[in-house]
Design a protein around this ligand. Structure first.
Ligand SMILES: CC(C)(COP(=O)(O)OP(=O)(O)OC[C@H]1O[C@@H](n2cnc3c(N)ncnc32)[C@H](O)[C@@H]1OP(=O)(O)O)[C@@H](O)C(=O)NCCC(=O)NCCS
Length: 199
């Protein structure tokens, strides 16, 4: 279960890796298109398959959350040697019931195993909890050891699909441990996006 006590805070969403790279987690923006294209190009076939399950993986599909209410998307950027790249993207789409949301994420192969996936999952959980959602859930390929490892790390409950042995359902309850502070900065924007579908 995700327990969240603070809304996303821009002051805590930039950090530095040991190699000097500066990472920033922030909401996706319309002008991210070219950097998203570049990230898609760099993805290995395996990462692409695990993220999109064979579905559409184009810039318009990635930018869709900006057009639709009930969708929230983050990117993780890395600045190294003066070059800026998008190295991960994470999103959720609110269910018709408005009670939970389905998530998806991908980390650029070259940036995996450095904590980015966990950071992105926690941002999704935190934002969803503060938007009043109660569940986060997603579908994971049964042979996707990395994602199943991440799910375990984030305390998601993983259940094999009853009909498709190649699929696992991962879900976690969301809980706020205290009343959130007044929103500001991009956290306010994200909360607005996330809450736009709710009455
Ligand atoms: C799954 C994925 C998002 C993980 O991202 P990541 O940034 O590498 O993950 P993190 O570095 O935050 O890992 C956090 C924990 O998850 C688990 N984990 C991550 N990668 C793992 C791997 N290859 N094998 C086993 N466990 C793994 C570990 O517990 C890890 O903690 P540790 O490094 O201290 O052992 C990434 O591998 C990826 O983008 N894969 C392709 C796309 C995909 O599968 N998306 C999911 C579809 S919903």
């Amino acid at each position: 279960m995700f327990t969240s006590s603070h809304p996303p805070d821009p002051a805590h969403d930039t950090w530095r890796l040991r190699d000097g790279s500066v990472l920033t987690l922030r909401p996706m923006q319309a002008q991210d298109g070219p950097l998203l294209d570049a990230m898609l190009e760099r993805l290995s076939p395996r990462a692409r398959h695990n993220r999109f399950h064979g579905g559409v993986n184009s810039r318009p599909a990635l930018l869709e959350p900006l057009e639709r209410s009930g969708q929230v998307a983050f990117v993780l950027t890395a600045q190294r040697w003066g070059q800026l790249q998008i190295v991960a993207e994470a999103r959720y789409c609110v269910d018709d019931s408005s009670d939970g949301a389905e998530f998806a994420l991908v980390v650029d192969d070259r940036w995996q195993r450095r904590g980015l996936g966990e950071r992105a999952m926690r941002a999704l959980g935190n934002t969803a909890a503060h938007a009043g959602l109660h569940w986060l859930h997603g579908e994971v390929q049964a042979d996707n050891r990395a994602m199943l490892g991440l799910m375990q790390r984030c305390h998601f409950c993983c259940t094999p699909d009853a009909e498709d042995p190649q699929l696992v359902h991962a879900e976690s309850a969301l809980r706020l441990s205290q009343v959130p502070a007044a929103p500001h900065g991009w956290s306010a924007r994200v909360r607005h996006m996330a809450g736009a579908h709710r009455a």
